[in-house]
Write a protein that binds this ligand. Sequence first.
Ligand code: DGY
Length: 321
Amino acid sequence: MKKPAILVACAVFPEVLLQLQQHFEVTSNQEDVAWTPAELIAQLQGKQGAFTTGSQRIDAELLAACPALKICANMAVGYNNFDLPAMTAAGVKATNTPDVLTETTADFGFALLMATARRMAESEHFLRAGLWQRWRYDMFAGADVHGSTLGILGMGRIGQGIARRGAHGFGMKVIYHNRSRLDAAAESACGATYVSKADLLKQADHLILVLPYSPEAHHSIGAPELAQMKPTATLVNLARGGIVDDAALAQALKNRVITAAGLDVYEGEPAVHPALLTVPNVVLTPHIASATLPTRMAMAQLAADNLVGFLLHGKALTPLN
Ligand code: DGY
């Protein structure tokens, strides 16, 4: 029997590619060429499945041009690159990779928070530049993390992982805001208290964003929200570009409306707002929150298993529609 044809639209672990080749006729993009939407459509011709990342946009126009397509398996928990209603309308299955990256990403949330609050990047640049001449009482004095108030906007699996670390590891008071409130058992397991968004902004010493991107979440943190935060506060965005108004944030950092920020995601990434590159009080990382080898392997494996499960056995493991 002829194997179904799939497109692996990004570079992936060679061992995962080998597995896929056992089941499918695979066209792969191991060179990681950044295809234009038209090139992606051309590559998808005749393909029943696609292995994607957040970099490939799957929308109504693409779906109309790729009638053979049955499933797109995203190697990411976030899926704002998918137009889910359009995929559902076109009868195309969408899958993501939840759970396997929760703890790794929550670890990174804390790493970025610590680096931001304790000015690690800024002080390392200073040292590398040969500027360190003596110990000084206030040199790179930052903000305490232990015992402070941690605010979390978005309280899914990753938010809860961060809350557990804050409450149980760092003795923090943890407050959160989310579209829906957790039940009492979940709140107590992660030691978090529900508050309004206004109270979250006002009370947090450190605010971490982990909400999924949606048009309603666009610029959830902009100039008006930053103005409500403590001038001593730090902000960490682990969620998605577009949730923070990066231009407004750069301005707020420059004017010390808040003290510092740590960003792993950006509006229009991999481009970074040029003003962010000019302010010292921001730690910038290139969308690596889930990047440990075991976790990236687990994500790739789950995306591959979704393709095999759906195209060969009619059942995806982690369907979104
Ligand atoms: C995710 O899984 O959504 C990460 O942000 C990687 O894209």
